[in-house]
Ligand binder design. Structure first.
Ligand SMILES: [Zn+2]
Length: 148
């Protein structure tokens, strides 16, 4: 089901880990509403990156799925408020993260991770912090800023 011009509910709630582990990753109505907000932000990012295709790695993760992949319990992914992605036709993930950092996009968290960029949105009623971080590996600590 399309939830914006270029994004579907399926791609924003697909979880390779859920399939592999046989876990249910079905979105609740509230999560679907949030994924609509994420899709709108991803459209803005897609435009910012010169209208190039976005490769989604992870969007919504049900709590059990998030736990299985070692995600933090308060992860925006569990609310359907985050997307991990790349845009290889635009450039490296570092270049993608920098382009978003330089924009005026109202994200809560922008994280340059190992293999993709994480964009998280604030919960309804909360301010977007525009916090930028770098995480170089699953076991590395978060560093402040977007770092090469
Ligand atoms: Zn993420």
């Amino acid at each position: 089901m399309k939830i914006s011009d270029h994004f579907t509910l399926e791609e924003l709630s697909f979880s390779e880990a859920a399939v592999r582990l046989g876990l249910d990753n079905t979105s609740t109505p509230n999560v679907i509403t949030n994924l609509g907000l994420v899709a709108a932000v991803m459209e803005t990012i897609r435009t910012l990156l010169g209208d190039r295709p976005i490769v989604v790695h992870s969007g919504y993760r049900a709590p059990e799925v998030n736990e299985a992949v070692g995600g933090v319990a308060t992860s925006a992914h569990c609310f359907g408020l985050a997307c991990d992605f790349a845009c290889p036709e635009f450039g490296t993930i570092y270049e993608v993260a920098l382009a978003i950092l330089k924009s005026d996009l109202a994200y809560d968290q922008l994280i340059l991770e190992y293999g993709w960029v994480h964009v998280g949105l604030a919960q309804e009623g909360l301010l977007s912090r525009r916090e930028a971080l770098t995480k170089r590996s699953p076991w590395a600590a978060y560093e402040s800023g977007i770092r090469a």
